[in-house]
Design a binder for this molecule. Structure first.
Ligand code: SAH
Ligand code: F3S
Length: 453
């Protein structure tokens, strides 16, 4: 049977989509290749959020089409966001590409591949919308292999952030039902999964228009309550939230739902109200600040990460200084820092005051250095404390004999000595050394005196 290799660019949602497509292909009788060289079919699951991500996938496909000169039966495809955005243009640009499959047609990939192979190898492009496609991302390729899993709870986004291409590539917000999501989580737990991350472009909008508010709880809070009650599940995370929907009912979940981890990723994008307005982010810095204050009052050791864009059109030195000072104030555990990338068709692309690249790079470097020191400081405070780690296994990169890795409830990465048989266990680890994004430790033998997260 044909062997398929899927290479994934971009976000966790893409990782989840790739895994679901792999599972569907296996169901159809295809097998998964361990490397590109070993594959008969290579699919690139693409990202459009920044131009660089698109260039990477196109460059990669260029290399693969050269490989096809020697192996004419090799099947090559684009799937995901860039496939959705550029569609058949990709076939014109790279004539050796066989498949272009958009974000609402991922579950059709087994059909399309069968058809391509059996009907004379005619290129296929399918980027149409499909009602209900959000329900199709539910299979898992190898759930037993890891104790953590992503669960896609919704697709698309109805916000219109002026810089963002995602509403165009992922379409309108469409949520799965609570029952379907619970069935998936239960099946994962039965396969040994201990931690789920609920994924959506904007999870705080989950179920809008589909599930009524109950006891003044938004649908997303109702979903969290239900997932929290699944027996055998140890940890719940979610990504990404939007400050607009981060209401008190959600804040109260932290510390109340015992499986919900003490970690929040809440993109702020900028520390300047003027820029937030131009970005159409629908909140002010003060609104955001209040959410964080409430979270930190409820759970003092909560870990916090954010997304920030530097160099948005019209961003002045004063606007940038406001973002720097917000970071100083927040002392984030992790900042995903992006250089503004002009995406054609978005409102920001045509805004005046586009910032020269050298200035964007300078601001990016300045903020990156600062936020690294914050992360290092936060991690350093954990040395000599004991943290509960969910053991994920041996690291794929940075492999060292006899070394395992896992994450704390606060999503901190920890390396420690151990054997594969610990995989899937919750282990107390005493932290001995800290870097800005990595902790090192030893399994704790004594009962914890001071606990870290
Ligand atoms: N709500 C989604 C956002 C997807 S894009 C989620 O967080 O899952 C992820 C991040 O990429 C955004 O939060 C933003 O910080 C960044 N981003 C989006 N469009 C961008 C652009 N045009 N240039 C630079 N960064 C961008
Ligand atoms: Fe993009 Fe804003 Fe939605 S960043 S994914 S339009 S919340």
């Amino acid at each position: 049977m044909k062997k398929v290799f899927i290479k994934t660019y971009g976000c966790q949602m893409n990782e989840r989509d790739s895994d679901a497509v792999a599972a569907m292909l296996c169901d159809r009788g295809y097998t998964l290749a361990t490397s590109e060289r070993d594959a008969d079919v290579i699919l690139l699951n693409t990202c459009s959020v920044r131009d660089l991500a698109e260039q990477k996938a196109i460059g990669k496909m260029g290399l693969l089409t050269r490989m096809k000169r020697r192996r004419s039966d090799l099947v090559l495809g684009f799937m995901g966001c860039m496939a959705q955005r550029l569609g058949p243009q990709l076939l014109d640009r790279l004539p050796k590409v066989d498949l272009v499959i958009g974000t609402q047609k991922l579950h059709r990939i087994p059909d399309h591949l069968d058809r391509f192979l059996n009907n004379g190898h005619h290129p296929i492009s399918d980027i149409a919308k499909e009602a209900g496609s959000q329900n199709a991302i539910c299979d898992h390729a190898a759930p037993a292999a890891r104790p953590t899993a992503f669960v896609s709870i919704m697709q698309g986004c109805d916000m219109q952030c002026s810089f963002c291409i995602v509403p165009a590539t992922r379409g309108a917000e469409r949520s799965r039902s609570i029952e379907d999501i619970l069935a998936e989580v239960r099946a994962l737990v039965a396969n040994g999964v201990k931690e789920v991350t609920l994924l959506g472009q904007i999870v705080t909008s989950y179920g809008r228009g589909l599930i009524p508010i109950s006891d003044s709880n938004l649908p997303f809070v109702q979903l969290l309550e239900n997932v929290n009650a699944v027996p055998g599940l140890e940890r719940i995370r979610f990504s990404s939230a939007h400050p607009q929907g981060f209401r008190d009912d959600l804040i109260r979940c932290f510390g109340r739902l015992e499986r919900l981890c003490e970690y929040v990723h809440l993109p702020v994008q900028s520390g300047s109200d003027r820029i937030l307005k131009a970005m159409c982010r629908t909140y002010s810095v003060d609104t955001y600040r209040r959410i964080i204050e409430k979270l930190r009052t409820r759970v003092p050791n909560i870990a916090l990460s954010t997304d920030i864009i530097v160099g948005f059109p019209g961003e002045t030195d004063a606007d940038f200084a406001a973002t720097v000072s917000l970071c100083e104030e927040m002392q984030y555990d992790n900042v995903f820092l992006f250089k503004y990338s002009n995406r054609s068709g978005t409102p920001a692309a045509a805004m005046p005051g586009q910032i020269p690249q050298e200035e964007v790079v300078r601001r990016h470097h300045h903020l990156w250095k600062l936020t690294e020191t914050h992360a290092a400081r936060r991690n350093a405070q954990l040395v000599s404390r004991v943290a509960q780690v969910l053991v994920e296994g041996e690291p794929e990169t940075k492999k060292v004999e006899g070394r395992l890795f896992g994450r704390t409830r606060c999503n901190r990465l920890v390396y420690f000595p151990g054997t594969g048989c610990h995989r899937g266990q919750l282990l107390d680890v005493r932290i001995t050394r800290a870097k800005s994004h990595t902790l090192y430790g030893e399994p704790a033998v004594h009962s914890p005196q001071s606990t870290a997260h």
